[in-house]
Design a protein around this ligand. Structure first.
Ligand SMILES: Nc1ncnc2c1ncn2[C@@H]1O[C@H](COP(=O)(O)OP(=O)(O)O)[C@@H](O)[C@H]1O
Ligand SMILES: [Mg+2]
Length: 467
């Protein structure tokens, strides 16, 4: 909506009366205050209440009286609930708003205290958007609360955890999009596999890889790919421990030295084969990702029940690499990728780097990433000021044009306000939000929206029942 500016005079006194009052104020010994208290008009007829005049442009008034008479975001999109201040319907679609240049990217950050309605808001947005032909993938669901939702929507859930029968090969090539030729596809698959192995190694080691370790990993992946068309993680581990000497020679390296150089990386990745994550990512996939389904979720509640966030992060890295093959197809339509309880996976620079790459590509791929955290300080908690992790996490926030703030703890308000540039009125609003009501903050616009749910949604989205 184009902002128009006009003058408004907020008083109920006619021009003649104002003129007379001015004259009286000028001659009155007590001046303006006394005149303003006077109940008599210039003509001396009926008494009138006199209010001091306030004159401002609409530009100023929108700051003085935020939320009043907002025109809404239009009707093109998914119904969320009612706009608390205008009483109208609130409708949202990140792709429509991106096209209309209301937002600069389709990514969403959702924050609020436990039980404030973060997951419910995301579930409403996603399930209702399916009717518009959008799809949704949930690679991070540590509580397993999206399984019932996916089932009800005709989607599927992949359950991963130690002892469960499902196995994913994160090095799967995936389906080749019709628009990509064979050479380019080979390159894409190679770089995806290589990036995943790097992330897994860095994440387990807790440090960036040295140049020589990158070389060892490159050669091991080459060897594994040459030996079998569809390499698995154990193939790469074997190739790291016993490098192919001909290949090492060609690269000008001695295979004995290569074993030593790649030793730590080999042990780090071995964790997925023989360690606590064995049986999940160490063989051919037992299930296939069907990009045609409206919704696919990954239930990692078996894995995260022990609070093992490191295992959760490695699983997310593997699973999202596996999903990426489908997501990277620009012809795949608009898709939401949701990270519920996202703060649990955000302590890891290697994973954050991957997420940031996906965030940056969101527009090209037609993807809207939704990240759910408790509070914005979760983003600061990933590392010290100046650290890479911190910069990456704050970059994610900057790459989320839509920020949905549910109720925040009072000690979080100042920080939230400074990070998001909220006004005093907006801060006072988010301090008191009841369940399911949120401040939707878009660049230059904000709305307070009450989520409205159908009785069937209430039952489907309920997380209290499981407590
Ligand atoms: N708009 C709402 N009105 C009333 N109750 C709600 C509303 N939204 C969510 N709830 C309830 O609050 C509980 C917690 O919601 P949930 O979305 O799981 O919170 P969070 O993900 O923030 O922890 C759920 O049982 C849900 O049914
Ligand atoms: Mg939740």
């Amino acid at each position: 909506m184009k902002q128009q500016s006009a003058y408004y005079e907020l008083d109920g006194v006619d021009r003649a009366t104002r003129k007379a009052n001015r004259a009286r104020r000028a001659t009155s010994p007590v001046g303006r205050g006394a005149a303003a208290q006077s109940l008599e008009t210039a003509s001396g007829s009926s008494p009138k209440l006199m209010v001091d005049k306030h004159r401002a442009t609409t530009r100023i008034l929108q700051t003085a009286y935020p939320f009043l008479a907002e025109g809404g975001l239009g009707a093109d999109g998914t119904y969320i609930g009612s706009d608390v201040f205008s009483g109208g319907s609130f409708v949202y679609d990140p792709w429509v708003l991106y096209q209309d240049r209301v937002i600069t990217n389709p990514n969403v950050l959702l924050a609020g205290v436990i039980g404030s309605g973060k997951s419910s808001t995301a579930k409403a947005l996603i399930t209702r958007s399916l009717a518009l032909g959008h799809k949704a993938y949930v690679p991070c669901d540590p509580k397993g609360e999206w399984t019932a939702v996916a089932e009800a929507m005709g989607g599927s859930t992949i359950k991963l955890g130690p002892g469960l029968p499902t196995r994913l090969n994160p090095l799967d090539a995936g389906r080749q999009p019709a628009t990509v030729d064979d050479d380019e596809w080979d390159r894409i698959v190679w770089s995806r596999r290589r990036a995943l192995l790097g992330t897994l190694a860095e994440s387990t080691l807790g440090r960036p890889l040295a140049a020589i370790e990158h070389t060892a990993l490159d050669l091991a992946l080459e060897t594994a790919c040459a030996q079998t068309g569809e390499p698995t993680i154990p193939d790469v581990v074997v190739a790291l421990f016993t490098p192919d000497s001909a290949r090492a020679d060609r690269a000008g390296l001695r295979s004995v030295a290569l074993v030593a150089d790649g030793r730590e990386v080999a042990h780090a990745i071995r964790r997925l084969v023989h360690g606590d994550l064995s049986g999940m990512f160490d063989g051919p996939s037992t299930t296939e990702f069907d990009p045609a389904l409206p919704m696919v979720t990954l239930d990692s509640s078996w894995l995260s029940s022990g609070g093992n966030d490191q295992a959760l992060r490695l699983t997310l890295a593997c699973a999202s690499s596996w999903l990426e093959a489908a997501v990277a197809d620009p012809a795949g339509g608009n898709r939401f990728i949701l990270y519920d309880e996202g703060w649990r996976v955000m302590r890891d620079p290697a994973l954050l780097r991957r997420m940031q790459e996906q965030w940056k590509l969101s527009r090209a791929w037609g993807v809207s990433n939704i990240l759910i955290v408790h509070r914005l300080s979760d983003l600061a908690a990933v590392g010290d000021i100046g650290s890479e992790a911190r910069a990456l996490a704050e970059g994610l926030l900057a790459d989320c044009s839509t920020r949905i703030m549910l109720r925040q703890e009072s000690d979080q308000l100042a920080r939230t306000a400074s990070l998001l540039g909220l006004t005093d009125v907006e801060i006072a609003t988010i301090a008191k939000l009841p369940k399911g009501r949120a401040l939707w903050r878009l660049p230059a616009r904000s709305f307070v929206v009450q989520l409205v749910r159908h009785a069937r949604e209430v039952a489907l989205f309920d997380t209290d029942a499981r407590m």
